[in-house]
Design a protein around this ligand. Structure first.
Ligand SMILES: Cc1ncc(COP(=O)(O)O)c(C=O)c1O
Length: 411
């Protein structure tokens, strides 16, 4: 597959599910931020593994296992090189949640102590919050919040003041899954390091849509998930700084992660295996490698340009729509390709239901960000998010659907 930027409008053909009709209507998929659709090349890579190379990895020397291992480790190498990491520092997990729990339970349990402070932002997904609540409770540490300003950006002045309290850890989302805000993670990391803190970044919403260079960001841990980046479900990634990963105790233990096992104790294998206990997500990791190949072939800058133009167009259309309020930054350059909104007099679940009848798929709910919902003084929002297959026709169908909401609810 060789795709040119000009082909982007035709990329829908790469996603088989978009050929479906539901009640005679096409699918207008505006929910990539929840989970992205899967391109054919990813399905093909998974089918190829199960059809032609089905064996375990790192468990023997016969040809089939060597092939499977090459595919699995090849995916790791591709992913690491793409983001500016190394294979040793690239750990396959089940999803972003598992990646963040790995850091909390391994690094957190070994390093957080009574009286320590962990900074998290008010816009975190529960995945980068609840694990810290649990580990802080266990270790006697406390959590402080970096506030969100009314324009949906982080209050960086408040962050400076919080850094003066010498936190041990700073946890921040690269792109907010509700507000779309692109946080200045390189700057946040630099300042955290200057204050002596370790930095954990949740890159889940960033990796599929903006260029990410882990060397430039220089965080200690960077977590993301495969199924929002055109990959399959069941695989996530944790990138970590080698010295920290080497010093950390294992999280999940059992097969593969050991060097030697004695009756009374064990020693651990080298990175990344130390954090990959049990039989790996072989097909899923191979599928994620193919997804990254798909993104690379289109080019992340082309993806960003396409999705950013759609976001700008949607924001413009929404500004003209009566009673509709957008959450988060209004400047498309400051946000990712997702727009959460409220409509006067309409509950998000009613909006989602009515849009769904027209084949328009959006996310409604609290987006696993309840502290942020409280900050916004709402219980839930409706969120439309873009992927590479979307076009302005999808925006037309969404806006038409919102007209239907007004009509059905007599607004
Ligand atoms: C910003 C962010 N972080 C973490 C997650 C959790 O991802 P997963 O459920 O794949 O672990 C999500 C998913 O919605 C997210 O949007």
């Amino acid at each position: 597959m060789t795709l040119q930027v000009t082909d982007i409008g035709e990329l829908a053909a790469e996603f088989a599910v978009l050929e479906r009709r539901i009640d005679g209507r096409p699918i207008t998929y505006l929910d990539a931020a929840a989970t992205s659709l899967t391109p054919r090349v990813v399905v093909d890579a998974i089918v190829d593994y199960y059809t032609n190379h089905r064996a375990s990895v790192h468990r023997g020397v016969y040809p089939l296992i060597v092939e499977a291992t090459e595919l699995y480790e090849g995916a790791r190498e591709r992913i690491a090189a793409w983001l500016g990491s190394t294979p040793l520092e690239t750990i396959f997990t089940a999803n972003a949640t598992a990646s963040l729990n790995l850091v909390a339970h391994s690094w957190g349990r070994a390093n957080l102590n009574s009286g320590d402070t962990v900074l998290v932002t008010e816009l975190e997904h529960h995945s980068n919050l609840v694990p810290w609540q649990l580990i802080c409770e266990e270790r006697g540490a406390s959590i402080e919040y970096i506030p969100v300003l009314d324009d949906g950006t982080l209050d960086l002045d408040a962050y400076q003041l919080l850094l003066a309290r010498a936190p041990k850890l700073v946890c921040v989302a690269h792109v907010s899954n509700v507000l779309g805000t692109i946080n200045p993670v390189a700057e946040i990391t630099r300042e955290a390091h200057a204050a002596g803190a370790i930095v954990v970044i949740d890159g889940t919403q960033a990796v599929p849509q903006i260029a990410v260079d882990l060397r430039e960001i220089d965080a200690d841990f960077y977590a993301w998930t495969g199924h929002k980046a055109y990959g399959p479900t069941g695989v996530g990634v944790l990138h970590g700084r080698r010295e920290l990963l080497q010093a950390m105790p294992p999280f999940i233990s059992g097969g593969h992660m050991i060097k030697q096992v004695f009756q009374a104790s064990s020693t651990w294998t080298e990175l990344p295996g130390k954090f990959e206990a049990g039989t790996s997500q072989i097909a899923e990791a191979i599928g994620l490698g193919a997804a990254v190949g798909f993104i690379q072939e289109i080019g992340i800058d082309s993806i960003r340009a396409h999705e950013s133009a759609l976001t700008a167009a949607l924001l413009e259309r929404m500004a003209e729509f009566p009673g509709l309020h957008v959450h988060g930054p209004l400047d498309p350059a400051k946000r990712g390709a997702l727009v959460s909104f409220a409509m006067d007099g309409a509950h998000p679940h009613d909006i989602g239901e009515i849009l769904g009848r027209e084949g328009v798929c959006v996310r409604t709910g609290h987006h696993c960000a309840q502290p942020l919902m409280r900050r916004l003084r709402v219980g839930s929002t409706t969120r439309a998010s873009f992927a590479i297959h979307n076009t302005t026709d999808d925006i037309d169908r969404l806006m038409h659907g919102l007209e239907s909401v007004r009509r059905v609810l007599a607004l």
